[in-house]
Design a protein around this ligand. Structure first.
Ligand SMILES: C[S@@+](CC[C@H](N)C(=O)[O-])C[C@H]1O[C@@H](n2cnc3c(N)ncnc32)[C@H](O)[C@@H]1O
Length: 388
């Protein structure tokens, strides 16, 4: 295999082969149970994209089958050969004497062993007809049968996976990277309150299991005493349409004048708020700096969604080109990198920009008709919903 192909496969594999930890699944499920102990009662739960023999999703739901009051648990896996074909030799760990060209299905709905309990020991597996691709007809049928879909989908297919769930009108709880928020297949669901962030992860990083052959080049990694490998991933969030209650707590915020006087952020204290050059909104660089008395549109970082209370704020857009809320289109610009290197680009259009009074030091900036601009990360556009 050519080097670049090997690298590309490893990169895709890195995004797709992350195994969720039991404690992270447990913490999140507990939030729904605290809100409504019957969240899973009488429900059929489907865990697609799983490796049931060692998936913590399968383990968690099987071990808690009775406590959750489940009707049925179905978990499907993707064929080892298909993984190898897609990702290369990185994933040659697939277990023993099985048909590696087919996916498998594990079903739990009754006490098979006769020990009076429904648990992991009662799981029966069979081959699927195909490779277990979630888009296949047989897995689509399982989706249609399910009430709730729970998994860590392959990140490279995150948009397609979410669309697959939402078009079928299912409840879901999936884990992924928060950057997905800015995708045009994802953001409209958040904006219309048909999806929100889960309860248990709002900052820091989380540990995920990775295959034994996985190249350990991430910043934080660990190998346990059995040789199992783990890496730490930043920006992870749960995405769901299950109610957990906590998202209805409004933020307590200071007025614009008080933020200017007392904000703990140097970007706001004594500075105040800038208006974007290409959107009709002000820049609010931190969620806790949202002014309590501003009635116009405000641009906030995507991490605002960790605190988003739909009764307090209305989401009106996002500063991405595909959304189309910008009020101007820049001509070609000159990008000036921190080392002074210049090139012609058009990327100032993909985001909110601020016009600067002078060229900044040590930062990339853009020149339009010789005036300097800076571009911000994606911003969510919000305004107050309540009477102020
Ligand atoms: C991020 S891993 C998560 C595994 C498991 N759900 C967990 O968190 O422990 C995603 C899994 O989906 C599998 N996968 C990739 N493409 C798939 C597809 N088209 N259909 C079903 N599964 C797929 C990957 O091989 C991988 O095992």
């Amino acid at each position: 295999m050519a080097d670049s192909t090997a690298l590309r496969k490893a990169k895709t594999a890195k995004q797709d082969e992350f195994y969720t930890q039991y404690a992270d699944i447990q913490a999140e499920i507990n939030a729904y149970l605290e809100y409504d102990p019957d969240t899973f009662k009488g429900k059929t739960v489907l865990l697609p994209c799983d490796d049931p023999e060692w998936s913590n999703f399968t383990r968690f739901f099987a071990e808690n089958f009775s406590a959750l009051g489940l009707k049925k648990l179905i978990s499907t896996s993707y064929a080892p050969d298909t993984k190898r074909e897609k990702y290369g030799v990185l994933f040659d760990w697939a277990a023993g004497d099985i048909d590696k060209s087919r996916g498998r299905i594990f079903v739990l709905d009754r006490d098979v062993t006769g020990d009076g309990k429904i648990n992991y020991d009662d799981i029966k597996w069979q081959y699927l007809r195909g490779d277990g691709d979630f888009r296949s007809e047989e897995v689509c049928r399982l989706r249609d049968e399910a009430d709730i879909i729970v998994t860590n989908p392959p990140f490279s297919l995150f948009r397609e996976f979410l669309t697959w769930i939402v078009t079928a009108g299912k409840s879901f709880l999936i884990i992924g990277n928060m950057n997905a928020i800015t995708y045009k297949e994802v953001f409209p669901l958040i904006m219309s309150n048909r999806m929100w962030l889960g309860e248990s992860i709002h900052s820091g990083d989380r540990e995920f299991g990775v295959p034994k052959e996985y190249p350990l080049e991430a910043a934080g990694w660990r190998v346990d005493e059995k040789g199992n490998r783990f890496i730490r991933v930043k920006g992870v969030r749960w995405f769901t349409n299950l109610e957990h209650g906590r998202r209805h707590q409004p933020l307590q915020l200071m007025t614009m004048a008080d933020n200017k006087k007392y904000s703990r952020h140097k970007e706001v204290k004594c500075v105040g708020y800038n208006k974007y050059d290409n959107y009709d909104a002000i820049e609010v660089p931190f969620t806790d700096a949202i002014p309590s008395d501003y009635s116009g549109i405000m641009g906030v970082p995507i991490s605002f969604l960790d605190k988003y209370c739909p009764e307090q704020f209305e989401i009106v857009g996002i500063t991405k080109t595909w959304f189309g809320a910008a009020n101007k289109v820049y001509p070609e610009q000159i990008e000036v990198s921190p080392n002074g290197k210049r090139k012609r680009v058009t990327k100032l259009n993909d985001g909110a920009s601020l016009k600067l009074t002078k060229e900044p030091d040590g930062e990339t900036y853009y020149l339009v008709d010789e005036a300097p601009y800076t571009q911000l990360y994606a911003r969510i556009l919000i305004r107050y919903r309540m009477e102020k």
